[in-house]
Design a protein around this ligand. Structure first.
Ligand SMILES: C[S@@+](CC[C@H](N)C(=O)[O-])C[C@H]1O[C@@H](n2cnc3c(N)ncnc32)[C@H](O)[C@@H]1O
Length: 264
């Protein structure tokens, strides 16, 4: 089965994800990692600018890229509304599988589970090559740093061949105020360690007619040791790894894997 990449409906993205506590905690935790001196930061897969905007508002020089032009359009509108300039936050369409901006940064970041969208070792290698290409040179912790934040796989969920209507949720569509009924199906794919995810959206139009849309994508799990091996395979070392935003270490029950890597 061909890989189904993540391509969410951009106009619903922020409203759809507002329920996740992670999104209130990940940016402040990352900011806590930064030195006092203002940093240059590349955020790969920046989406609607959810993280890139507050990072730029803190005075860091931020570049955000995403392969979905509709996400970048929204991010540009949100940046402009926040009064940030293109110099403070530059946004561009770019695929993190082969991005080459021709510049290096103090930090390259991938937030909110996005690393799990790359479902094969070949794709993960391409993402890590992009990360390393954009990190400032320097050995033994002197160069740029890679920071990522993803879910710690729940073996119970991964053991099921199919879970339907998981985490039902209601949100309001920002464009027309409609109520959208949202739920998730997760099923095992034919690929090893890959799950097929279906986000289901349902709403009623002006005539009371039920409407439906879906967003389907594939997702892999990455365990802490796999992340460490991936980093090492690309000349990085994991300097620090946490299991949650209270700074606790990763355990089998931690919700997150948050890692900061430097060049070897
Ligand atoms: C879960 S969202 C995260 C968005 C944002 N980083 C955040 O934290 O809100 C995943 C994002 O990855 C982007 N994406 C997926 N594959 C990509 C690729 N190959 N290159 C660039 N962006 C990609 C999607 O368009 C989407 O905006």
């Amino acid at each position: 089965m061909p890989r189904k990449p993540y391509r969410a409906p951009a106009h619903w993205y922020d409203a759809e994800n507002a329920r996740h506590d992670v999104l209130q905690q990940d940016v402040p935790f990352f900011l806590g990692q930064l030195p006092l001196k203002k940093q240059s930061i590349l955020e790969l897969a920046c989406g609607t600018g959810r993280a890139a905007i507050p990072l730029a508002q803190e005075g860091h020089r931020v570049v955000g890229t995403d392969y979905a032009p509709e996400m970048i359009d929204l991010a540009v509108r949100r940046r402009d509304a926040a009064g940030l300039t293109n110099k403070q936050l530059s946004l561009a369409v770019g695929d993190m599988l082969d991005l080459d901006l021709g510049q290096t940064f103090d930090w390259v970041c991938v937030f909110f589970n996005t690393l799990c969208n790359f479902t094969s070792l070949e794709l993960q290698d391409r993402v890590f090559a992009t990360v390393v290409r954009h990190l400032k040179p320097g050995k033994n912790g002197k160069g740029g740093r890679f920071y990522t934040d993803l879910f710690n796989p729940d073996p119970g969920l991964w053991a099921e061949s199919e879970v339907t209507a998981r985490d039902p949720y209601i949100f309001r569509s920002p464009d027309d105020g409609r109520t959208i009924y949202f739920s998730t199906d997760v099923m095992r794919s034919s690929e090893p360690q890959v799950q097929h995810v279906i986000h289901r959206y349902e709403w009623f139009d002006d005539k009371g007619k039920r409407k439906r849309a879906t967003h389907e994508f594939d997702m892999t799990s990455i365990y802490p040791r796999e992340l460490q091996l991936l980093a090492e395979r690309h000349g990085l070392v994991v300097e620090a790894m946490w299991g949650n935003y209270d700074g606790s270490p990763v355990t089998p029950d931690s919700p997150r894997i948050i890692a900061r890597c430097c060049r070897k």
